[in-house]
Design a protein around this ligand. Structure first.
Ligand code: GLC
Ligand code: CA
Length: 557
């Protein structure tokens, strides 16, 4: 495999709004990121992905860009970004931005001009269609719920928005739009950022043979994914984007691509000359131990997850490098998703952190993950702030749930859990801000915070540091990056185990992802315990006894 600079990435995703406020307005900012670079370097990361900081009316918290070339004043200015890039570079950390080009904000001047004159030049920047019989052009449901079309006042026209109505989809079929985007991308690369996380990129191409399909919900709409997700022909846009921008700068790019990408196109996406450097592996995103499907079946759930993880490794083999992650700004916190509430403690948390950390691929952590930040369920729907939460809530009511049931469902699934302010210390507002933050701090900050864990050699934070330094160690970095992957103990319930091997070096990673102990035979001879979240492994006549939620990494011969 051709070696690339980003292969050794230990990434860290920052949701700037909730990371650190430095000017007392209750909103995190770029200077707040710069202020914590030493902390991030201490953890051992070397790449930061900043969620969107472009100018935006913030209907979708920055995923609705109204000016691609400006930083939103709430986050600071371009000089703050330049400073962040320079100071990060001094610590060996590279900065990636979020690239949101499937859609713009409805307040983007292009869209405003399109509304004024839908038949004019800017009307062609978006996807605008005639309505049918006084209704939308078709019955696609938006990804956030409701129709994917919004009526344009005083016309028979509708514009497409796969996300909220404040996020009109750009028309990538229009070469003028594409060129505008490429030029903009290159301006940011010229400024010194080293790449992008590429938002919602599977949706760039739409199948224009619009069809009304039978509705699959009480709202009369239908999930139209086959018509707007990884549609045939998307590669033409993606390769043009790559050739015209990323490739010229040797940029690192992580595509947000759903994990149903057909195996035969994987190499096109992330092969040596792929559209992206890597894509996220969303395998785990579908699992929640408190969902109707998995309630009271935690071990069966882990086995289903293992099956997906391993199948994914099979598909990816030889085709490219995956980006392994567990948390992001669109998902509840990982420990809540995988571990039954009564079992949550240091052991289960640290084991979960390791569940995909040593698989082939690069790794990305999300802010707060390394200190084990948790979901913050709300007592009332009004305590939430994200439009998509409210759209889903209404949908649940429409489908017959009571208000209490709908709220419970939101509390289980909402992405807003990941967006509570970062818990730095046990002072006011958890040290995030000196003023009332834009979104409520989780009251558990007195127990769970960065300062306390940084001082404690037995904390979760300390354990994440150990995992990172093992992956980065001179001795094992190459093995974790390029070594073979072979499942071990595959049929053992609740155990995710595998061997990583490079030349004559072999490492066995075992996650006992359940609340009971497991006795397993050791294949080969143990040379060294590389990492464990318990004191020492217990050996018994060639077997090893793993305690509940033990993560054990052994070098074997
Ligand atoms: C991506 C982002 C999400 C956003 C959506 C629309 O999925 O991660 O936060 O709402 O795209 O841009
Ligand atoms: Ca601020």
């Amino acid at each position: 495999m051709l070696k690339k600079w980003w292969h050794n990435t230990i990434g860290y995703q920052i949701y700037p709004k909730s990371f650190q406020d430095t000017n007392g307005d209750g909103i995190g900012d770029l200077k707040g990121v710069t202020a914590h670079l030493d902390d991030l370097a201490d953890l051992g990361i070397n790449v930061i992905w900043l969620c969107p900081v472009n100018k935006s009316p913030m209907k979708d918290h920055g995923y609705d860009v109204s000016d691609y070339d400006e930083i939103d004043p709430m986050f600071g200015c371009k000089d703050d970004l330049r400073e962040l890039i320079a100071k990060a570079e001094e610590r060996g950390i590279k900065i990636l931005m979020d690239l949101v080009v499937n859609h713009t904000s409805s307040e983007h001047p292009w869209f405003q001009k399109a509304l004024e004159d839908p038949d004019g030049e800017y009307g062609k920047y978006y996807i605008i269609q005639e309505g049918k019989d006084g209704k939308e052009p078709n019955n696609w449901r938006s990804i956030f719920g409701g129709s994917a079309w919004e009526w344009i006042k005083d016309t028979n026209l509708y514009y497409l928005h796969l996300f909220t109505k404040w996020q009109p989809d750009l028309n990538w079929e229009n070469p003028v739009v594409r060129q505008q985007i490429y030029d903009m991308v290159n301006r940011w690369l010229d400024l010194g950022i080293r790449g992008f996380r590429v938002d919602a990129i599977s949706h760039l191409k739409k199948d224009f043979t619009y069809q009304n399909l039978p509705s699959d919900g009480a709202d009369g709409y239908v999930n139209g994914f086959p018509y707007f997700s990884n549609v045939d022909g998307i590669g033409t846009f993606l390769s043009e984007l790559q050739e015209t921008t990323f490739k010229r700068y040797d940029a690192m790019t992580i595509g947000e691509v759903d994990d149903d990408l057909p195996a035969d196109v994987l190499s096109d996406f992330i092969g040596e000359n792929g559209y992206f450097s890597t894509i996220f592996d969303f395998c785990h995103a579908k699992f929640h131990v408190n969902s109707a499907e998995w309630k009271d079946k935690p071990v069966e759930m882990i086995d289903a997850l293992k099956k997906r993880l391993f199948a994914r490794q099979d598909t990816i083999k030889g085709k490219g490098i995956l980006c392994n992650f567990l948390e992001n700004h669109d998902l509840p916190r990982i420990v809540e998703r995988l571990i039954p509430a009564k079992e949550i403690d240091f052991y289960s948390r640290s084991m979960v952190g390791g569940i995909n950390f040593f698989l082939p691929g690069i790794v990305f952590l999300y802010q707060g993950q390394a200190i084990g930040m948790m979901d913050y369920p709300k007592e009332s729907i009004e305590a939430f702030v994200d439009p998509s939460t409210f759209i889903h809530y209404d949908e649940y009511l429409q489908n017959g749930m009571t208000k209490a049931e709908a709220l419970a469902q939101i509390n289980l699934k909402t992405r807003e859990h990941a967006r509570t302010p970062m818990q730095w210390n046990d002072g006011p507002y958890a040290g995030f801000s000196s003023a009332d933050p834009w979104f409520q701090v989780n009251p558990n900050y007195r127990q769970i915070n960065y300062d306390a864990q940084k001082k404690d050699p037995d904390s979760l934070y300390a354990f994440y540091k150990k995992m990172i330094s093992l992956r980065k160690s001179d001795e094992f970095q190459e093995l974790f990056l390029y070594g073979e992957f072979t499942p071990v103990y595959e049929s053992e319930p609740g155990v995710i185990g595998y061997e990583r091997r490079l030349d004559d070096k072999s490492v066995l990673v075992i996650n006992n992802a359940k609340s009971t102990e497991t006795i397993l035979p050791i294949p080969g001879t143990i040379k060294k315990v590389l990492l464990s979240n318990y004191e020492n492994p217990v050996l018994q006549n060639g077997n090893i006894k793993l305690q509940r939620y033990q993560l054990l990494i052994l070098e074997c011969v």
